[in-house]
Write a protein that binds this ligand. Structure first.
Ligand code: HEC
Length: 145
């Protein structure tokens, strides 16, 4: 026989398992959506120069995929996107001296999704970035210029 207490406990357990399952489902479904937004941003704001697969364009535009510079200067990534880049840099042994104009139109959420997309696709060893950290970095980058 079930006592009232037991029924309440069963209900609570059910609710707990249900909530867990729901969160998991949402998480699994939202993850690809986050990468899809990142991909759309990459394709619309970056691919015109860095090309669809991030391979760059010969000696004119450095690659963002498999780029040693990306990893070595990862701390500066957000500022480099926001403030642009110019001057000599060496990427995978090739010297580039081009100009990347500042890209200021991204919200913190978009910047987060863009970086997570690039990391997920080309640098799976890197940890996912969080919007609150990216927001802080973006604010700091804007003060630097
Ligand atoms: C107008 C062309 C152009 C666009 C658009 C552009 N870049 Fe660049 N990017 C460059 C050039 C040129 C350099 C090299 C700058 C230099 O020589 O100092 C560069 C350098 C970089 C670097 C550092 C070097 C490397 O390859 O690792 C990263 C990272 C990067 N860009 C990411 C991005 C991302 C992300 C976007 C989109 C939000 C973007 N770029 C949009 C032209 C562009």
């Amino acid at each position: 026989m079930y006592s009232l207490k037991n029924i309440r406990l069963t209900n609570k357990l059910f609710l707990f398992v249900f909530t867990l399952a729901l969160s998991l489902t949402l998480f699994i479904h939202c993850q690809p959506e986050v990468f899809a937004q990142g991909e759309r941003i990459y394709q619309s704001k970056c691919a015109s120069c860095h090309m669809e697969e991030g391979q760059g364009l010969g000696e004119l535009i450095p690659p963002v995929a498999a780029s040693d510079y990306y990893l070595q200067h990862y701390d500066e990534l957000v500022c480099n996107i926001i403030n642009g880049m110019n001057g000599k840099i060496i990427v995978n042994g090739i010297e580039y001296e081009g100009e990347m104009l500042p890209i200021r139109s991204l919200t913190a959420a978009e910047m987060t999704n863009l970086i997570n997309y690039m990391n997920h696709k080309w640098y799976p060893e890197l940890q996912a970035v969080m919007m609150k950290d990216i927001q802080l970095e973006m604010d700091e980058c804007l003060m630097k210029k």
